[in-house]
Design a protein around this ligand. Structure first.
Ligand SMILES: Cc1ncc(COP(=O)(O)O)c(C=O)c1O
Length: 407
């Protein structure tokens, strides 16, 4: 079974939008197009249910029910319990709140391990805890390849380490890290694990229970949904960390780490991501079963399509003299988030690509530490070419032709 790309693209209004015709989108790692079920739900919420939810009148009851539905179905997709999932304004804000909770729970002299592969969202807030007497240890990537070696984690661990933070996949290196293996190493040393899944989730939702971390974060505006951060905190840790919400909400797990009032409409619209996964599962003949297993089926379909389209792109860029490809050159090892360090600043090259109908970006993508450690000047930045399962072979061909012209 292969992905029916025409069916997929029919679920995204952007592909039939006249102003976007002829333009191939390759900045998906920044934010994806939004699928129709999400847009429909958002429209319906704003036109029919835009009242304070959970009150005993019909519009309000429907509003609250739709928010609950979003949490229930997204939790099922991720293989976790409903109250282990919460929505916040963004992943960066979610890690900020989590860092406050860890700050209160940890003692001076305790340690946290961070990487220099992460987007700043899953490292900056943790590093700032050094000001409170927390020791920060950096797990470093290989400066040539950007690879984060699990063997280098072991020497950093001891009984003072409370938390290990790392990405499922870096937004510039693109390599998929072995989360289960790394989590097992950290857990064996008695540490909790926080995984930034933002760059992985657009390529298929992971079963977080099987993966194993205590915290798993991603941003729904990159997974065809509204602009929210989605956060899984497994029960044992969520109950242990001090409540960051209103005191009277302390017993409601999903309210403990979202101090701000949530964006009701966007949470409700997030159920549209589950609709989309269900649509793909049904259309491609996924076996009947729970949403977790149907989401895994869809994950594998997306991944196979992406890997097939990615290898020709990697082949086209890896041997050019004027280009340094960051991360692995084998599609199976990475997400289709391809960063190229050039002999010139990246953004003007992105502007040249725009003239060829390619939407891409250049810059540091908030992965300043990763670029610096690989010897890439963040002010020159990298040209990032990122796609997802809805990208067609014709678009990748268009990109390769355009690259031939501008590089
Ligand atoms: C890997 C990664 N982590 C975290 C973030 C931050 O996400 P948010 O914008 O939701 O704070 C990004 C955003 O680009 C990202 O690429």
């Amino acid at each position: 079974m292969t992905l029916d790309i025409d069916f997929v693209r029919a679920q995204f209004p952007a592909f039939s939008e006249p102003s976007l015709q002829g333009q191939a989108f390759f900045e998906n790692a920044g934010g994806s197009y939004t699928c129709k079920p999400v847009i429909d739900r958002l429209m319906r919420y704003y036109s029919q249910r835009k009242v304070q939810p959970y009150a005993p009148y019909e519009a309000s009851r429907l509003a609250g029910a739709e928010m609950d539905e979003a949490r229930e179905r997204m939790a099922a997709i991720l293989g976790v319990e409903v109250d282990e999932l919460s929505f916040g304004p963004s992943t960066t804000q979610n890690t900020y709140v989590l860092a406050q909770a860890f700050r209160q729970w940890m003692k001076p002299g305790d340690a946290i391990i961070v990487t220099n592969q992460d987007h700043e969202a899953n490292t900056g807030s943790w590093r700032r805890l050094a000001d409170e007497g927390i020791e920060i240890r950096e797990w470093q990537i290989d400066p040539k390849t950007g690879h984060l070696n699990p063997e280098d984690l072991d020497p950093l661990l001891d009984e003072t380490v409370r938390l290990v933070c790392f990405p499922h996949c870096s937004n510039v290196v693109g390599e998929i890290n072995p989360v289960t293996e790394i989590t097992a190493i950290a857990h064996a040393a008695g540490a909790f694990v926080c995984v930034d899944g933002v760059s992985y989730a657009p390529h298929g939702f992971a079963n977080v229970s099987d993966l194993g971390p205590d915290i798993y974060l991603f941003s729904t505006y990159k997974t065809y949904g509204p602009h929210q951060g989605c956060m899984v905190i497994r029960r044992a840790l969520a109950e242990l960390l001090p409540n960051q919400g209103h005191f009277f909400n302390a017993d409601t797990l999903y309210k403990r780490f979202t101090p701000a009032g949530p964006d009701h409409a966007q949470i409700a619209a997030s159920a549209g991501m589950a609709d989309y996964i269900e649509l793909l599962a049904t259309h491609h003949g996924a076996p009947e079963g729970d949403l977790t297993s149907r989401a895994e089926f869809v994950h594998d379909l997306m991944r196979a399509h992406e890997v097939e389209l990615l290898q020709p792109l990697l082949d086209a860029v890896r041997d050019r003299n004027s280009v340094r490809l960051l991360g692995p050159d084998q599609a199976e090892k990475r997400a289709p988030t391809v960063s190229l360090s050039l002999t010139q600043a990246a953004e003007p090259v992105a502007a040249q690509l725009a003239e060829e109908g390619i939407m891409a970006g250049g810059g540091d993508f908030y992965a300043v530490r990763a670029l610096q450690s690989m010897g890439v000047d963040p002010t020159q930045g990298v040209l990032r070419l990122s796609f997802t399962h809805y990208t067609s072979k014709a678009e990748v061909d268009q990109l390769i032709t355009a690259l031939d012209k501008v590089l």
